[in-house]
Design a protein around this ligand. Structure first.
Ligand code: SF4
Length: 81
């Protein structure tokens, strides 16, 4: 078991806890309390910051995570202050 360091700030995790759905339990068990090194949300958070982690990015959206990580900041429409 490897507790994700981002649980307190992760809206997806908070939502999954509240929903207590089977799908939510799956993500928590396999990512948040499991192998979070393969979580798309954590990848984007670590690589670009929380502003780039959209609400609809699921832990298994790895292809999309790589796409976000490879986009330039100007292309994504989000600019560093
Ligand atoms: S969804 Fe990903 S970033 Fe969020 S707590 Fe779970 S493993 Fe961490």
């Amino acid at each position: 078991m490897n507790i994700c360091q981002n649980q307190n700030g992760c809206k997806f995790y908070q939502s999954a806890i509240l929903s207590a759905s089977e799908k939510g339990k799956f993500y928590i068990e396999n990512y948040c309390n499991g192998d979070n090194s393969k979580c798309a949300r954590l990848m984007v958070f670590m690589g670009k910051g929380c502003a780039f982690v959209s609400a609809d990015l699921f832990p298994d959206h790895i292809d999309r995570a790589y796409q976000i990580l490879n986009e330039s900041d100007s292309k994504s429409g989000i600019h560093a202050q």
